[in-house]
Design a protein around this ligand. Structure first.
Ligand code: KG4
Ligand code: ZN
Length: 335
């Protein structure tokens, strides 16, 4: 089954052609950072207008690179939520028009499920169920239990900022631009992670929830105080990153130890973080865990992951090309 994927939930205009939820024939993504950078964050109105300008060419590009004609695809998969309403509407309207005109099935995908199925792309061996996923992006931080492709449940979540949001806000404090996560990661590599002890959120009882706003606030107060005079920003970045990774790893260990999961998946934009990847790899090695970490191009927002999710969830998420609606608050669980 050859699916065309369309992803426009935030500020990346992304399209892809994927065979059987696994083999990526093309994966096109146009990043809009240049349009949002000067505002220090994503401006929703600009994002949706850019999607309008870019999407038609991006669909043609994905088909050309995959060497298929649009007639040759077996269906259209589109992100219907969660995300920015204006951005989602552009992708959903285009997907509906394409599916209707081509007379092909249409699938409405949950963006967060897409991040999990990113771990199934371009693999010889697939993650086995039940699996535990840590999904960390600019908008979300959650632990997800996946019993099968359509039985997914959030078992832990952030109470405030998403991990990526915390990276981006702290990066801004360090003057690293937007989105600052990758730049902070880079800067931290030449810093001392033990230089400063920023607070780590502890989860009470059997809760798997997490909080990141305290770490970011502690960094801000520290930078504003006299203690930060002559401090190396690299050390602040590394110490901040260590605190974030500690909180995430504590939740992963707690969740893993309390149920019988067969595999572990790390996904979302922050999964590209070098310190988090290193911590996951070390834990997996020590505990004998089969951990799947997608390459960076599938960790950040992309349309191949949307086509993959649609392949595995097809029967549950088939939609009507005349009536499918975007839903910025799409519930996580199916049915
Ligand atoms: O999944 P994604 O592309 O978009 C959302 O759905 O949010 O994630 C983007 C987030 C941004 O906050 C970005 O700063 C963060 O992922 N990010 C990173 C790294 N690469 C991307 N954060 C830390 N280290 C990285 N290497
Ligand atoms: Zn995302």
């Amino acid at each position: 089954m050859l699916l065309l994927g369309i992803e426009t939930s935030c500020d990346d205009t992304a399209t892809a052609v994927v065979r059987d939820g696994a083999s990526v024939l093309s994966n096109v993504s146009t990043n809009q950072d240049a349009f949002h950078e000067k505002y220090g964050g994503i401006v929703p109105e600009i994002a949706s207008r850019q999607h309008v300008a870019l999407l038609t060419a991006a669909v043609e590009d994905a088909a050309d690179r995959a060497r298929v004609s649009l007639d040759g695809i077996d269906g259209v998969a589109v992100t219907r939520g969660p995300g920015l309403i204006g951005s989602l509407v552009v992708g959903v309207a285009s997907a509906k028009a394409l599916a209707f005109a081509l007379d092909k099935p249409l699938y409405g995908v949950n963006h967060l499920h897409g991040h999990i199925f990113a771990a199934f792309l371009d693999r010889k061996e697939l993650p086995a169920y039940p699996l535990l996923a840590l999904l960390v992006s600019g908008g979300h931080s959650q632990l997800v239990e996946v019993l099968d492709p359509v039985k997914l449940r959030v078992i832990g979540r952030t109470r405030d900022d998403a991990a990526g949001e915390s990276y981006d806000k702290t990066a801004r404090l360090l003057g690293l631009g937007f989105p600052g996560g990758p730049a902070l990661d880079q800067m931290a590599q030449s810093g001392d992670a033990d230089a400063f002890n920023f607070p780590r959120h502890r989860a009470e009882g059997d809760s798997l929830d997490m909080s990141f706003s305290g770490i970011k606030t502690a960094v801000r107060y520290f930078l504003e105080s006299s203690k930060s005079v002559n401090v190396r920003p690299e050390d602040v970045a590394a110490s901040f990153q260590a605190a974030i990774v500690d909180v995430l790893m504590a939740r992963v260990r707690k969740a893993w130890d309390r149920a019988e999961y067969r595999t572990f998946v790390l996904s979302g934009g922050v999964a590209a973080n070098s310190a988090l990847q290193a911590a996951i790899k070390q834990w997996a090695l020590e505990q004998g865990v089969a951990a799947f970490v997608p390459p960076a191009k599938y960790c950040t927002d992309n349309a191949a992951m949307i086509a993959a999710a649609a392949f595995y969830q097809a029967d549950m998420i088939r939609a009507d090309p005349l009536t499918l609606s975007a839903d910025p608050n799409l519930p996580f669980s199916l049915a």
